[in-house]
Design a protein around this ligand. Structure first.
Ligand SMILES: [Fe+2]
Ligand SMILES: [Fe+2]
Length: 222
């Protein structure tokens, strides 16, 4: 089994090689899946772990796609089917792994149904919050030339920089603290498993204290 995971890991590493950030994310999600799985019953690790390794396999293809039509969850589950078939996985396992990959994104019309899919969904979302979440947000902020913070009321920012459906007008005017207020804070209530909710609570508390501290320092308060 370990041999198969190592083969899967090298395939994913090759596919995501132009983005070190993505492969590190995959490894973290893999580890968090194991942590959550230990607290749940009847988890098939031979479904969950391949799904964790393969869940973002089409991420680079989605980013490079100029048409905006590629959904990495959909394409990823098709790519996974081929890879797993070549590695000798049984049809039933392949279908269950594909379900995990297909439902790992936030989609109200396609929620994760199996325990393995729920764990993968939770582990993937946990990676957007806490110390890792903050680091990822600030890396992205740097890439888009954003400021460390926005020193005006969030309501005013939203009126000036969002268009219909909450989409951003100008990403360079965005900031991690806005993402935190509107996105990251809501993650815990979207999770499925008890363990993930507990981990999420601690990660959000950490982010909260970070942004409070940041505000103090911006305002020069001791
Ligand atoms: Fe993803
Ligand atoms: Fe992911």
């Amino acid at each position: 089994m370990l041999k198969k995971y190592n083969e899967l890991k090298s395939i994913v590493e090759r596919e995501l090689s132009c983005s070190a950030h993505n492969i590190d994310h995959v490894k973290r999600v893999f580890n968090t899946c194991i942590t959550i799985a230990k607290t749940e019953k009847n988890v098939d690790l031979d479904v969950l772990l391949p799904a964790a390794l393969l869940h973002d396999i089409a991420r680079v293809k989605e980013i490079q796609d100029k048409t905006g039509e590629i959904d990495h969850a959909e394409l990823g589950s098709d790519m996974a089917e081929k890879i797993l078939d070549e590695l000798g996985y049984k049809e039933d396992s392949i279908e269950r792994i594909k379900h995990c990959i297909l439902t790992h994104r936030f989609r109200s019309n396609n929620p994760p149904k199996t325990i393995e899919a729920k764990i993968l969904f939770d582990a993937d979302k946990l990676d957007a919050i806490g110390a890792v979440g903050l680091s990822r947000s600030y890396m992205l902020a740097g890439q888009h030339g954003q400021r460390i913070y926005i020193n005006k009321p969030i309501k005013e920012y939203m009126e000036n920089n969002t268009v219909e459906n909450g989409r951003l007008k100008d990403i360079s005017k965005h900031s991690p603290m806005i993402e935190y207020e509107f996105k990251f804070k809501n993650i815990p209530k979207k999770l499925n498993t008890k363990k993930a909710k507990k981990l999420a609570k601690a990660r959000i508390e950490f982010m909260d204290s970070f942004f409070k501290r940041l505000k103090f320092e911006i305002e020069g308060i001791e």
